[in-house]
Design a protein around this ligand. Structure first.
Ligand SMILES: [Zn+2]
Length: 303
């Protein structure tokens, strides 16, 4: 039987969901600090820093690595290392589903991206964390990736640079996440024995188990301006000590004042600053001496 009513062809062509946006929305963004309208292209050129007040917008891991390496060129490493679900953990949804969703939202395999490339001509193994992947949390895969990054640097006698951005340990992996703190700390101790540099860059926010392990273990610890850096959140601390915390507590500037970090560097100056550090720390004269020393150490350890 033929249908009684036939739908007419719609007069307005439907636009795919992902294109349903007013065009102007994509041109300007409002600064989260000074509320100035910022032209998106200018903002990109300024490495996502507001040219009026210096507010540092949060950026992703791949963006971070691209602005760090010479000519933005790097080789991604260890992308195959991803978290399993050893505890069969379920909160509001099963952990494997959460991982799958995080991969979709962030376009990343894990909460840290490992990369190898040149920075100011120096061979560098760099890691960049991403808040979009389950709050930049550290599970077994993140711990394993940081460890591998350090081991590769040991093998090639290169420097390690890690850009932290994290809410802390990943609760869906329980104790296994906490164990990563000891594991990466042990790997970094070996890097220290080999007298190779590790530069830690703290970005907004760096908290929890990441702060309590590799983020605070750098030979040089640099922070971006006004980044939130701490272990527990301010509310938890206030409730515990029953005292009002000072203003700016747990921000880069407060930490620098209290000797917890070495420098605060604007993102636009970060690459040049690190190249300067590497030029000093990777000085070939010093490196040669170090190699001789390490040689002696290895002979001695056989006794
Ligand atoms: Zn601003």
């Amino acid at each position: 039987m033929p249908p009684w009513f036939r739908k007419k062809t719609p007069k307005i062509e439907s636009v795919p969901v992902e294109e349903r946006r007013v065009r102007t929305e994509n041109v300007f963004v409002k600064c989260e600090q000074c509320e100035a309208p910022l032209y998106k292209r200018d903002l990109e050129e300024a490495l996502q820093v507001c040219q009026h007040c210096g507010y540092h917008f949060r950026i992703g891991a791949r963006e971070r690595l691209a602005m760090f390496f010479d000519d933005g060129a790097y080789q991604e490493l260890d992308a195959e290392v991803v978290s399993a679900d050893p505890l069969e953990f379920v909160d509001s949804k099963p952990y494997p589903e959460r991982l799958e969703q995080a991969r979709r939202v962030s376009g990343l395999p894990e909460a840290i991206i490992n990369a190898r490339g040149k920075v100011g001509g120096h061979l560098v193994f760099a890691g960049a964390m991403d808040m979009l992947f389950i709050g930049g949390s550290m599970g077994s895969a993140v711990g394993e990736k940081v460890t591998r990054l350090v081991e590769r640097a040991l093998e090639k006698r290169a420097a390690v640079v890690i850009f932290s951005a994290s809410g802390g340990a990943r609760m869906q992996e329980g104790t296994l996440s906490l164990m990563q703190m000891a594991k990466v700390a042990a790997a970094l101790a070996r890097l220290d024995d080999a007298q190779l540099p590790y530069i830690s860059v703290l970005t907004d926010p760096t908290t929890g188990g990441v702060t309590a392990s590799f983020a605070m273990l750098g030979d040089v610890i640099i922070a971006e301006p006004k980044a939130l850096i701490g272990f527990a959140g301010p509310r938890v601390i206030e409730q515990t000590i029953r005292e009002k915390l000072p203003e700016n507590f747990q921000r880069s500037e407060f930490l620098l004042e209290h000797g917890m970090i070495d420098a605060i560097v604007d993102r636009r100056e970060m690459r040049a600053f690190i190249i300067k550090l590497l030029g000093f720390m990777m000085n070939p004269e010093i490196t040669r001496e170090t190699e001789a020393e390490v040689g002696v150490k290895q002979v001695n350890s056989k006794w």
